[in-house]
Design a protein around this ligand. Structure first.
Ligand SMILES: [Zn+2]
Length: 71
């Protein structure tokens, strides 16, 4: 199960420069996360229409980066 809290935490850390930023592939804008009513977590861009649901593979990569920082 993909948790928005983890994705949101990753984005916050990236704003502090502690982890690599996830940028919009269209215009390199900042991405934010949200979830739909079925709790599918997605990233969206503030400056364009870009929106992408997070898959388990991408989520695992985020967890791997967060793990050492959460100790
Ligand atoms: Zn964009």
């Amino acid at each position: 199960m993909i948790k928005i809290q983890k994705v949101s935490k990753y984005i916050n850390l990236s704003e502090e420069g502690l982890v690599p930023r996830i940028e919009c592939p269209m215009d390199q804008g900042l991405l934010f996360c949200n979830q739909d009513i079925e709790e599918n977590v997605y990233l969206y861009c503030l400056s364009c229409e870009y929106k992408k649901f997070i898959g388990i593979e991408f989520y695992s990569a985020i967890l791997k980066v967060l793990e050492p920082l959460e100790k």
